[in-house]
Design a protein. Structure first.
Length: 490
């Protein structure tokens, strides 16, 4: 179908016959004098045709069945999700003349297709976490049809709060530092690749501040609009003087029609700094500066949060809010440039290379709360990474006060490591008026004054899919004394 059909009918006879089509499909025509049949089929199938030649002596007819071949048309809907270690299957179906042969023009390693049945099979590996392009073709004698789609394979890692990208920065293998969530892997740039050094979570990458960095060429899912929230968090250890800005991670725009950003060390007081500029020649640019130096040779957690719900940009150092601003962004922050770790970008007049250790770079497409940021800080301080192959059992690391005033208020901020983030509960039979916030771990208690002089057992539990940790302690309720001063009346 879709191809012009011609048939020049020939007939003898005196006088010369004329031609007609007593039976024909819609749209078919014949030249009465020359006998040329022409037709542009709009669909495939078998069509009956009868052509007639006529003169004064009589007529003759020719009848035949015209088959219009049908090229393939893929009609099936692809399966677009896979899982590491789990067999993936999708059977391609197509209409059209048989036989139809199925092939894979583009496919991830290990994916195969049955050329007769169209069944695609594949078992994704950890190395194939992320987006895997697939192009399947259906071919017959009349033509070909192509179906392009992507199969997304999520990470099997268990993480805190569902990040979109996470670079542990524990190793460099074949000049690649992996993103274990979305395969936005970082490739070494410059003359040398960063070396590995010790860090609270195990290991970190050591950047020399001269020429080494990591490039993420196609940072999937990191193009933010002004109405998108996101969080960028990283650990650093440096003694360098930030005489100019030093970029830990950032993306420099290739033109003024794009936005850009960086997180690093500021030049004013060696402080944490976050720069965010929207697209446009006169796009709003805000440089948020912290209040304390971060170049003291100690490990620091730096977190930048864009909270679109309230229009606020916040900067945290070591789990504590250090600066905030509420700018009026109206345009996108997205750009087409690579993401750079350890420097700003080759297109900038200053590359802003960072000299020091970088570890545990993680990005979320939402605004983390202060509680979640503090949970990250607590985990890493205890040597627990943000993500793990399996759930990590909670471990309560906070210390409670062991005395409470009778008739007064008692509070205890419970903290626990673990992946996924633990929730909190009270075990046993807690005293009347005691409660704990399941998400934050804040325990509050209005102490009954009648408990003065007694000891009350408290059980705090931290729970996740990896298990439970319980902290059991006793709080002595103290007697509250009131001193009444005599009233002297004149």
């Amino acid at each position: 179908s879709g191809t012009l059909y011609y048939y020049p009918v020939q007939a003898t006879g005196v006088p010369t016959p004329t031609f007609s089509l007593p039976v024909h499909p819609t749209g078919m025509q014949i030249n009465a004098n020359t006998g040329l049949i022409s037709w542009l089929p709009s669909g495939g199938g078998d069509f009956s045709v009868t052509v007639q030649a006529t003169n004064t002596a009589g007529s003759d007819t020719q009848s035949y069945t015209l088959h219009v071949s049908v090229p393939p048309s893929i009609t099936s809907t692809p399966v677009t999700n896979g899982s590491v270690g789990t067999p993936y299957a999708y059977t391609v179906t197509a209409t059209g003349d048989t036989p139809i042969t199925y092939t894979l023009a583009t496919a991830p390693a290990g994916m195969t297709i049955n050329e007769t049945t169209g069944e695609i099979v594949w078992t994704p590996t950890e190395a194939q976490v992320g987006v895997n392009p697939v192009s399947v073709q259906a071919v017959n004698a009349a033509g070909m049809d192509t179906q392009d789609f992507e199969v997304t394979v999520p990470s099997t890692a268990v993480c805190l709060y569902d990040p979109v990208s996470y670079w542990p920065l524990d190793e460099v293998t074949n000049d690649i530092s992996p993103d274990v969530i979305w395969s936005n892997n970082g490739a070494c740039s410059g003359a040398t690749c960063s070396s590995v050094a010790a860090a609270p979570s195990g290991a970190a990458l050591d950047f020399d501040g001269v020429a080494d960095g990591l490039d993420v060429s196609t940072p999937t899912r990191l193009d933010w609009d002004n109405n998108n929230s996101f969080t960028i968090q990283v650990w650093v250890n440096t003694t360098q003087t930030c005489d100019v800005n030093k970029v830990i991670v950032g993306s420099f725009r290739s033109s003024s029609s794009e936005g850009d950003w960086w997180l690093g060390c500021g030049s004013a007081n060696n402080e944490a700094a976050f720069f965010l500029r929207e697209a446009g020649p006169n796009g709003l640019a805000i440089s948020l500066r912290g209040t304390q130096p971060i170049n003291d040779g100690q490990w620091h957690q730096i977190t930048a949060v864009r909270d679109a719900a309230v229009g606020q940009t916040r900067l945290y150092v070591d789990g504590v809010l250090d600066a905030s601003v509420t700018p009026g962004y109206t345009n996108t922050f997205a750009n087409s440039s690579p993401l750079h770790i350890g420097y700003y970008g080759p297109g900038h007049p200053f590359d802003y290379y960072f000299d020091g250790l970088i570890d545990e770079l993680i990005i979320y497409n939402r605004a983390l709360s202060v509680t979640e940021i503090w949970q990250h800080y607590t985990n890493t301080q205890a040597g627990v990474a943000y993500c793990a192959a399996t759930a990590v059992t909670p471990n309560i690391v906070s210390t409670p006060a062991l005395e409470a005033p009778g008739g007064g208020q008692y509070t205890y901020q419970a903290q626990a490591t673990g992946i996924p983030a633990p929730t909190f509960a009270l075990g046993g039979t807690p005293p009347s008026g005691m409660q704990i916030d399941a998400a934050t771990g804040l325990l509050t208690w209005t102490v009954d004054e009648n408990l003065a002089g007694t000891s009350v057992e408290i059980r705090v539990q931290a729970n996740n899919s990896g298990g439970t940790d319980e902290q059991i302690f006793s709080v002595d309720v103290l007697t509250t004394f009131f001193i009444y001063l005599p009233l002297i009346e004149k």
